[in-house]
Design a protein around this ligand. Structure first.
Ligand SMILES: Nc1ncnc2c1ncn2[C@@H]1O[C@H](COP(=O)(O)OP(=O)(O)O)[C@@H](O)[C@H]1O
Ligand SMILES: [Mg+2]
Length: 262
C-alpha cells in the first residue's frame, strides 16, 4: 500500500502553511484516512495546532523530536506520537531546528536525510498520507522536505507581498527537480482571502493565468474561528466544525485527496 507524502511550502512567512497543513491533515483523518503530520519548522506551529504550549515545549526540549532524529539520522518510526484525534499522528519539532542547516552541512547526501529517515514509515504502509509543514525559508532543509515528498502544496496569501515571493519559490522548485525528479507541484492554495476586495479578484486572475500551475478551487477565507481554534490548541475542522473555514478546509482536503490519488 502506497503512502503519499505532501509538503506545504512557501518561503513567505504567514502564508498559511501551518494552518493549512494542520487542517487538511485533520480533515483527511475525519474522512477516514490515516495521516502522519511532520512538523518541520522551529516555530512549532504544527505541533501547537494539536497540543498546548507546555506540552509542545516539553517535546521540543526532549529526545523524541524531528531535530534529534535528523541530526542523528534515526528512523522516524519511533518518533511518532498520537494526537488527541483518531487516525492522526504527529512527529513534533524543536526550536533547535534553527541550527539544522549547520548540522546538515557536513553530511553525506545531505538533501536526502529526511527521505531516508521516513523510508520505513512509508514502506510500512501504515499511513495514507504523510503531510510535512515547512519553515518559511528556501535552503538545504526545505530541499530535504521537498526531496522527501511526492507532491508540494503552495499556500499563498492573497496579498501583494504574498504574490511577490512566488517567482523565487518556483525557481527554487525548478532546482529541486534536478535532485528529486519525481516531485510534483500539486497546486496553489489561496489562503486568508478577503473575497470582497478587488485585490483578491486580481490575485486570482494572476494566479490562474500562470502557466502549468493548478490553483485549488477551494479558497480559504479569513475567519476568526481559525484564531480561536489555535488559541485552543486544535485545528478549526475539529474545534468548530460548523465554521466557514472548517468547511473550506474540508473542501480543500477533498481536492488534495483526489489529486493525491488516495
Ligand atoms: N483562514 C484564516 N483565517 C484567519 N487567520 C488565519 C487563517 N489562516 C491562517 N491564519 C493566521 O495567519 C497567521 C499565519 O498563518 P500560518 O499558518 O502560521 O502561516 P505560515 O505557516 O505560512 O507562516 C497565523 O497567525 C494564523 O492564525
Ligand atoms: Mg508555519
Amino acid at each position: 500500500m502506497k503512502t503519499t507524502t505532501i509538503c506545504f511550502v512557501n518561503n513567505k512567512g504567514g502564508s498559511g502553511k501551518s494552518t493549512t497543513c494542520s487542517n487538511v491533515g485533520a480533515a483527511m483523518a475525519l474522512a477516514g484516512k490515516r495521516v502522519l503530520l511532520v512538523d518541520g519548522d522551529m516555530q512549532l506551529n504544527l505541533s501547537l495546532s494539536f497540543f498546548p504550549e507546555d506540552k509542545v515545549l516539553e517535546m521540543a526540549a526532549g529526545e523524541k523530536n524531528l531535530y534529534r532524529a535528523i541530526r542523528e539520522q534515526k528512523d522516524l518510526m519511533d518518533y511518532r506520537i498520537a494526537t488527541p484525534y483518531e487516525k492522526l499522528d504527529l512527529i513534533p519539532s524543536s526550536t533547535l531546528m534553527s541550527s539544522i542547516e549547520y548540522d546538515l552541512f557536513t553530511k553525506w547526501q545531505r538533501e536526502l536525510i529526511l527521505q531516508k529517515c521516513l523510508k520505513s514509515i512509508r514502506e510500512a504502509g501504515i499511513y495514507d498520507y504523510i503531510l510535512i509543514d515547512a519553515p518559511p525559508t528556501l535552503g538545504g532543509w526545505v530541499m530535504n522536505i521537498l526531496c522527501a515528498s511526492d507532491q508540494a502544496v503552495i499556500p499563498v496569501e492573497a496579498s501583494p507581498w504574498g504574490m511577490f515571493g512566488l517567482a523565487n519559490m518556483f525557481e527554487f522548485l525548478g532546482e529541486v527537480r534536478n535532485i528529486a525528479p519525481t516531485l510534483q507541484v500539486m497546486g496553489i492554495a489561496v489562503t486568508k482571502a478577503d473575497v470582497r476586495k478587488n485585490y483578491f479578484k486580481q490575485t486570482m486572475e494572476t494566479l490562474k493565468a500562470m502557466d502549468g500551475i493548478h490553483v485549488f478551487e477551494s479558497v480559504i477565507r479569513v475567519d476568526s474561528a481559525v484564531e480561536w481554534s489555535q488559541d485552543n490548541s486544535a485545528p478549526v475542522v475539529m474545534y468548530k466544525k460548523s465554521s466557514r473555514s472548517a468547511g473550506e478546509y474540508r473542501a480543500l482536503a477533498e481536492e488534495v485527496m483526489s489529486l493525491g490519488g488516495r
